[in-house]
Design a protein around this ligand. Structure first.
Ligand code: NAD
Length: 506
């Protein structure tokens, strides 16, 4: 079946109204062939305002629903996702070009966070704190926050929404979602599946989940609106730098998940078989289009030649092609602009003394003249020059060398971003040094696996120009709630804190 035909039938199966696919001026193309899949309508400023209004009204009703009941809606969403895992995964593949396995993996991640959120809905724990005053009780309670805006990137078109939405919904917050303008189809499909869950749930307020389709202008509108206490924004560092001051100007909260420039250190004791497999998945998987993709390999000088030789051989044999084919491991880049940035980075790397060991070419141009397939690219660099310090969202890996462990950590930390990092070593002391406070400065630090491919159980996010946000597991849910400290006096006395005496003379 052709890509457009496949998209139409998947969207129908997922419950998206056919009229929504032909009625607009936002052209959606598949990066697999460049063919047009649909034309969807953009949400204008007035309709976005109406969405915010509906979400604000829904908050009043939803925040009163007990947490475990809110969890029931998310449980039903998880069921819908389980039922349609194949179809939604295939749609992710069509819309962003991920290989079939990774499209399915992304939907599995949605199911996992739903399961997590259902459990969480009975565990929105506060604390009881020892009061310094006799006959007093001091507690902390977590209350729903308000409508949450979710702005998401193209490369995880559905998982990022679910990370936010599953937690926000159990926390009592409606969600207004502005997906990437490159991925409105998977967003429409998610809304349809949520709608099915809402129908089965019965009695959820209108406005609990809103969708805004558009570009940066709509993201700015959401960022500026004081009815939205939290804006969760995933995308480039530049996007975060543009939006964060706007949210801060109205003293709103932001949760920023921005660009990464992730490294792996390969120590002399490393298991090199593991290194080759780990590096390939992290650097080449998803065509290098993960925020956690491996972009810098910092190898001990004594093993650098061997590591580069083995990687170069593996790079040359990685199957690149149509991501729907089961044998393909690397699909297309999202568009011509991404390929242009890869070419520019390779040219800059060469100018800085880099040696291209493998890749750097456009592939399959005859078969797919309107699509952008890149050969996985490996470049040996003499130093961590400016080009290495920037994130190039493509399968481009720089190799650097080091001689002393401190030098490796300095290189790892010596970039503006702070998302994911890893070390390959069988030396316990080296591993612990890497994980210590003086080691990796990233939000994610791994040992003997690459930097990408996180599970939902841990908090996800990074430091410095990655934005400092944490989403997904652990206690990331607290970002979606407001904390209230309460003091209850159950005596007839009024002792004051800090021993202050404030007695009115009688
Ligand atoms: P992008 O920044 O171009 O777009 C992301 C979202 O922000 C989209 O919805 C877009 O419409 C909006 N946007 C873009 N520029 C904006 C601006 N100036 N003002 C307001 N809104 C704006 O990113 P992308 O190309 O879709 O995704 C790739 C980037 O996202 C990479 O930098 C990647 O590292 C990052 N990313 C980070 C994470 C994370 O969790 N840290 C996850 C996925 C992607």
């Amino acid at each position: 079946m052709s890509a457009p035909g496949q998209a139409t039938s998947l969207l129908e199966q997922l419950g998206v109204d056919r009229a929504q696919l032909q009625s607009g001026d936002l052209v959606v193309r598949t990066p697999i062939t460049g063919e047009e899949l649909a034309r969807v309508a953009r949400t204008d400023a007035a309709a976005t305002d109406a969405s915010i209004q509906r979400a604000a009204a829904a908050f009043t009703a939803w925040s009163d629903v007990p947490g475990p009941h809110r969890g029931e809606l998310v449980r039903l969403l998880g069921e819908e996702l389980r039922r349609e895992k194949e179809a939604l995964g295939a749609l992710v593949t069509l819309e962003v070009g991920k290989i079939a396995q990774e499209g399915l993996g992304e939907v599995q991640e949605m199911i996992d966070i739903c399961d997590f959120a259902v459990g969480l809905s009975r565990q929105l724990y506060g604390r009881s704190i020892a009061s310094e005053r006799p006959g007093h009780r001091l507690t902390e309670t977590w209350h729903p926050l308000g409508p949450i805006a979710v702005i998401s990137a193209f490369n995880f078109p559905v998982a990022v929404w679910s990370w936010n939405a599953a937690l926000a919904l159990v926390c009592g917050d409606p969600v207004i979602w502005k997906p990437s303008e490159r991925t409105p189809l998977t967003a429409l499909a998610c809304m349809s599946l949520l709608h099915r869950a809402v129908e089965r749930f019965g009695g959820a307020p209108t406005g609990l989940a809103e969708l805004v389709i558009g570009g940066a202008d709509r993201a700015v509108q959401l960022a500026d609106d004081p009815r939205i206490p939290l804006v969760s924004a995933t995308g480039s560092t530049q996007m975060g730098k543009d939006l964060a001051p706007r949210i801060a100007a109205r003293l709103g909260r932001s949760l920023l998940e921005l660009g990464g420039n992730n490294a792996a250190i390969v120590a002399p004791s490393a298991d090199l078989d593991l290194v080759v497999r780990g590096v390939l998945f992290s650097a080449v998987g998803t065509a290098g289009q993960r925020c956690t993709s491996l972009r810098r390999l910092i190898v001990h000088e004594t093993i650098a030649d061997e590591v580069v030789d083995r990687l170069a051989a593996a790079y040359r044999s990685v199957p690149v092609g149509d991501p729907r084919d089961p044998g393909t491991l690397v699909g297309p880049l999202i568009g011509a602009d991404s390929f242009g940035r890869l070419e520019e980075a390779v040219a800059d790397a060469r100018a800085a003394g880099g040696e291209v060991v493998a890749g750097g070419d456009r592939l399959l141009a005859d078969e797919f003249p309107d699509a952008w397939y890149a050969s996985p690219t490996l470049v040996r660099m003499p130093s961590q020059s400016a080009v290495v310090e920037r994130e190039t969202f493509a399968p481009l890996l720089y190799v650097l060398t080091y001689s002393e462990p401190d030098e490796a950590i300095a290189l790892q930390n010596g970039v503006p971003q702070g998302l994911a990092s890893s070390i390959f070593t069988t030396d316990l002391r080296e591993a612990e040094r890497f994980l210590a406070s003086s080691g990796s400065d990233c939000g994610i630090a791994n040992v003997n696996i690459g930097p990408s491919g996180a599970e939902i159980g841990g908090a996800f996010g990074g430091e410095k120009e990655t934005g400092g946000g944490r989403e997904s597991g652990s206690d990331a849910w607290k970002a979606y709630m407001r904390r209230q400290t309460a003091t209850v006096n159950y005596t007839n006395e009024l002792p004051l804190a800090q021993g202050i005496v404030f007695d009115v003379p009688s």
